[in-house]
Write a protein that binds this ligand. Structure first.
Ligand code: 26W
Length: 830
């Protein structure tokens, strides 16, 4: 045993090593874990050894709360929320768990005593990128809030071996590399080999008759494999509740295919194993479905059947009959990705547990609730019938039966309206025929919600209008929120300290207390402290950008940030049009006095989305020219920060002055980045879209830079025959900007590179960039001027933070609990 280890353990009671929260216990436990779990001692430990030793030390401190929670739930048998989501983006765990346990300071000291810097270990953690963007991150915020509000809950999903790809920028364009996040192991997960379920695929069905002469259906699959539970503890803030994030990993049903083995086909058997494991191998990196990807349907079914079988197992341990299943569980469908659950629960109840159809349907339709996350018609999932039939033959039969009964109900309500019946059918009859997953979700759910007021209204008026007319009582709104623990306390400790010093510590659990800040909005001394906090975050970001991108940026300039998936509807290229506008203005008028700005972009493009990838090229091309041009030096800088993630977000949100929320009105369901920026004191420049509308309502119109057409105006403009070509010709400044891009100025003289983007803008422009251009530029000018009045800007920044309380995901979750889940908090004692 190393001398340092022995010394550290000297005189420390072993019990307190296991669980104690003091500096001494943490240090001793750290050394213990380093030694016994990794076979290492401090002198030879790598950064990764140290990180893992600390992670295990922290996990040990979660475990007895975890066990206590499980015990308490077993004893009280509370109603439980099950969140079904194909994606989770939890971000790094170490810092969050230290924060929620309240042991960051003793841990920092414990490590410092060993010459180790906590920040280096925090930085070392690789986050699980098990999601694409907003939807996956929302699921993670919800898990945080459920635990913090002490609501019994399980998050179910898929343990992808490879998460969202790593983005590398090469020659200005996005290159994808595999995200090997499990390479060094994952200290936060606990594998549960005993919690495993059969997953059947393909084959055919046949009629059966049992001894009592009852008819039934037997599904004879042509493949069976297993889903194994892998659990991660989700600790609430300042409470003992530890909820479960249970992700499924696929394995071959048996280690060997004995038939093949007996024939001497050893390799064939191993290959089969490899094939089963591909089910949970990789996350689909698209934020829109690809029609007909068999593996994607397998993934959805895989995690849904494992999760429902798990719930049934848990329910049976309570001794209650299955017809009370919906009283034990409320199951939320995070978009349509898990919507197959409606058919699968019917199959489990009817085929596996011999329940009659009507009784099973009663249970099913009282179990599920469905959240829609997008209005984009191209993002509504549908599966070609031949594929569906091939993978899930029994489910197709069940869906036909559900649909037949449902359409009878529609006919009864709307006689002679065959067009409506066709529109509402779960089956789209246009060859090759499709299963419409949103319709299945609506029919099988007792509640349907959108994620912001505007989005929920548009859902009722457009994509789900027929369903709203049939069942208005099912429709609700639940405006999204984000967790102030991760996105303020953890990522912005300086701001948190200032808030706590000014308001007391209650704001993180009850952010309505932030309103008290309003009183300090004009206080010069407070303003000064406020600016110092922002300044220090800007300096930290500048250092990171210098390190990663080799671009130096000025912390005194206005940090103008757009970080989100790259998509035409999100309009990163509108932001670029503004940058080139300023560039041209300076080029034509070298002495122009403008507010110095640093434009920072982050975000990934779907690998197959050519226009989004071209937008990334454009940003980098403009950055290249602008950053090298001495004429604009000191006034304009452009940075594309590669590989945006939750972790990078921690450094970005607190450093932003201006938050770009530019989506074409009516297209962004909610947005949640908008909330993270504003909670950290950035002002928003944005359209009346998604949750921007409500953010503006809360912070006040005076404290929000608004521009652009409304959702209604967008629809009208397009319906009336929109002609972007005319706008291009009528606005000389705009024309100058577009012509400069088309001329090859940003592409070494090559006019072809950005031609597709330019052509699209002047001829089609479905996202109305040109229509909103003039308003956006004027609004940006206003923002730039306001920034020069630092008292005014600081006041607006303070008022933003003061009034953002509504957007805590605790509020969102409390509403889900009250209006949809009927779930109650339950305190856990340790
Ligand atoms: C692979 C198929 C697919 C299809 C749709 C994957 C992911 C999606 C999601 C619907 C895309 C998504 O993340 N939607 C976002 O959800 C956030 C949380 O509610 C909202 O804040 C965003 O506005 C919405 O775009």
């Amino acid at each position: 045993m190393a001398e340092s280890h022995r010394k550290a353990l000297n005189g420390t009671n072993r019990e307190t090593i296991r669980t104690g929260l003091s500096e001494e216990s943490i240090r001793a436990a750290f050394l213990d874990n380093l030694f016994y779990l990794q076979g290492r001692f401090p002198e030879v430990a790598t950064l990764n050894d140290q990180y893992k030793a600390l992670a295990y030390t922290v996990r040990d401190r979660l475990l007895h709360r975890w066990v206590a929670t499980t015990r308490a739930y077993q004893k009280a048998n509370p109603r439980t929320v099950c969140y079904l989501s194909a994606e989770y983006l939890p971000g790094p765990f170490l810092g969050n768990n230290l924060l929620n346990l309240g042991i960051e300071e003793p841990t920092r000291r414990a490590l410092a005593g060993l010459g180790i810097e906590l920040d280096a270990l925090l930085e070392h953690e690789e986050e699980p990128g098990l999601g694409n963007g907003g939807l996956g991150r929302l699921a993670a915020c919800f898990m945080d809030s459920l635990a913090t509000l002490q609501v019994p809950a399980i998050g179910y999903g898929i343990r992808y071996e490879f998460g969202i790809f790593d983005q590398v920028i090469r020659d200005g364009g996005q290159v994808e590399t595999t995200d090997n996040w499990l390479r060094f192991g994952n200290p936060w997960e606990v594998r549960r080999p005993a919690i495993a379920y059969d997953v059947r695929i393909g084959g055919y069905t046949e009629q059966t008759t049992d001894a009592q002469g009852r008819f039934g259906v037997r599904w004879v699959p042509n493949e069976v494999f297993n889903g194994i539970a892998v659990d991660t503890a989700i600790l609430g803030h300042g409470v003992n509740t530890v909820n479960l994030l249970r992700l499924w990993t696929a394995e071959a049903a048996e280690g060997f295919d004995f038939h093949a083995f007996n024939r001497g086909d050893y390799y064939g058997a191993v290959v089969r194993e490899v094939r089963s494991e591909t089910i949970s191998k990789v996350l689909y990196p698209n934020d829109e479905p690809e029609i007909g990807k068999r593996l994607r349907l397998l993934q959805q079914y895989f995690f849904v059947t494992c999760s429902l079988q798990d719930m049934i197992r848990i329910h049976r341990t309570t001794g209650q009959p299955l017809d009370k299943f919906h009283e034990k569980f409320s199951v939320q469908l995070n978009d349509t990705h898990p919507a197959i659950a409606v058919a699968e629960l019917m199959r489990l109840l009817v085929d596996e547990h011999q329940m009659g159809w009507d009784a099973a349907w009663e249970v099913t339709r009282h179990t599920f609730a469905y959240t829609n996350h997008t209005l984009l018609p191209e993002a509504l999932e549908k599966w070609p019938i031949p594929l569906f039939q091939n993978v899930l033959p029994r489910h197709l039969e069940i869906i036909y039966e559900i649909n037949a009964r449902f359409l009878d109900e529609v006919r009864l309500r709307h006689p002679f309206d065959t067009a409506r019946v066709q529109r509402m059918s779960i089956i789209d009859e246009a060859p090759p025929r499709f299963v419409r997953m949103a319709h299945l979700a609506c029919v099988g759910s007792f509640a349907i919600n959108g994620v912001a007021e505007l989005h929920s209204r548009l859902l009722k008026e457009t994509v789900l209008r027929d369903f709203f007319e049939l069942w208005p009582e099912k429709f609700q709104n639940k405006t999204n929120g984000v967790t102030p623990r991760r996105f303020v306390m953890l990522s912005n400790p300086g701001l948190s300290r200032l808030l706590t010093r000014t308001l007391g510590a209650g704001w993180a659990r009850d952010p309505s207390q932030l309103r008290v800040l309003e009183r300090h909005a004009d206080d010069a001394a407070f303003q000064q402290e406020w600016r110092e906090v922002k300044r220090s975050r800007k300096e930290a970001l500048a250092a990171r950008i210098l390190d990663r991108c080799n671009v130096s940026i000025d912390p005194d300039s206005l940090f103008d940030v757009q970080a989100k998936r790259i998509h035409e509807y999100k309009r990163q290229h509108l932001n670029v049009l503004h940058i080139v506008t300023l560039y041209n203005r300076i080029k034509f008028n070298p002495g122009l006095d403008i507010t110095p700005r640093t434009f920072i972009f982050g975000g990934k493009a779907a690998p197959g989305y050519a226009m989004a990838k071209l937008m990334i090229r454009l940003i980098n091309a403009v950055a290249d020219v602008v950053n090298r041009d001495p004429d604009v030096a000191g006034r304009l800088r452009v940075v594309f920060l590669p590989n945006f993630s939750v972790k990078l977000g921690h450094g970005l949100y607190p450093a932003a002055d201006l938050s770009e929320q530019l989506s074409t009105a009516g297209k962004e369901a909610s947005g949640t980045g908008n909330m993270k920026f504003s909670m950290n004191g950035a002002l928003t420049i944005g359209t009346l879209d998604g949750a921007n509308v409500e953010i503006r309502e809360e912070v006040g119109a005076d404290n929000f830079f608004l521009f652009g057409l409304t959702a209604e105006e967008v629809v009208r403009t397009l319906a009336e025959g929109y002609r972007p070509w005319d706008i291009y010709n009528a606005n000389l400044e705009l024309k100058g900007v577009i012509d400069l891009i088309a001329s090859g100025h940003f592409s070494h003289g090559d006019r072809t590179v950005f031609q597709p983007l330019v052509d699209h803008l002047v001829w089609h422009d479905n996202y109305l960039l040109l229509a909103d251009y003039a308003g956006y530029i004027a609004c940006q000018e206003q923002a730039g001027l306001t920034y020069r009045d630092s008292r005014q800007w600081t006041r607006m920044s303070i008022l933003n933070v003061a009034r953002m309380g509504k957007f805590s995901s605790d509020r969102t979750i409390a509403e889900y609990c009250r209006d949809i889940w009927r779930a109650e908090p339950m305190a856990v004692d340790v």
